[in-house]
Design a protein around this ligand. Sequence first.
Ligand SMILES: Nc1nc(=O)c2c([nH]1)NC[C@@H]1CN(c3ccc(C(=O)N[C@@H](CCC(=O)O)C(=O)O)cc3)CN21
Ligand SMILES: CC(C)C(=O)C(=O)O
Ligand SMILES: [Mg+2]
Length: 264
Amino acid sequence: MKYTSISHIEKLKANGEKFSCLTAYDATFAGVMSEVGIDMILVGDSLGNVIQGQKTTVPVTLEQMEYHIDCVSRGNQNCLIAGDMPYMSYSTPEEAYDTARRIMQAGAQMVKLEGGAWLLDTIQGLTVRGIPVCAHLGLTPQSVDALGGFKVQGRDQDTAEILLDDAKKLEAAGARMLVLECVPSELAKKVAEELVIPVMGIGAGVDVDGQVLVLHDMLGISPFQAKFVRNFMADANGDIKAAIELYHQEVKAKNFPAPQHSFD
Ligand SMILES: Nc1nc(=O)c2c([nH]1)NC[C@@H]1CN(c3ccc(C(=O)N[C@@H](CCC(=O)O)C(=O)O)cc3)CN21
Ligand SMILES: CC(C)C(=O)C(=O)O
Ligand SMILES: [Mg+2]
């Protein structure tokens, strides 16, 4: 039996091939993504925005994440499933272990958490317990109220240096993947070059190892409008499966994201 894990994505980076990821929250879309050959599905806490109609991801609970991961895992075939650890569910290493257990038992093969150097002990603890961890730097939406809004991160030299340094420390602590959200392309490129682990971008330019978008955004059916979103439905004659397939092809061909979807 073929079993998909993080090593699939690691091989793609080693071979210089880009990897594709989309968010999904239910079995039907997970099935479409499997048929199209999307490499990875993220069950994101962005479900707060696109499923629940919340303004932020802050209200999303672990019970809700478990429910959607369970749904996605039943529709999935060969995509790697990562599940977001929701707001304040990993405040201490012990809490993170319990949260990770629940996310993995719901059907994920990897957990994702937001933050920098403060998470080193947590990531190391999860790693030695056999949990593959995806870290997330740059715009970390669970911290929106501390960041003062949804803003591009790492624009000046000081914050760029801290981000690169955090990325290296997260890798050294055992993180197996890193998401960079809304960071200047040059900085993201540097991080992807200096890290061995795969780096996945959203609003981080083309020179990272893989891309992720929120499903409803790339289908052009959410009110969310940001520079890094491209409406693939518009380029696929309104056919959902064709839009997802086009996204996959455009990421593999390095045509998406283009400079107009990136920050500099
Ligand atoms: N539907 C949806 N898609 C997402 O990508 C997403 C969510 N929801 N919810 C959680 C976070 C919030 N995200 C956001 C929200 C706003 C911007 C935004 O407006 N950015 C400005 C940049 C401003 C600046 O230059 O600093 C932009 O113009 O794109 C970016 C990411 C990404 N995430
Ligand atoms: C946009 C991605 C990276 C995410 O964290 C989410 O969908 O929740
Ligand atoms: Mg998220």
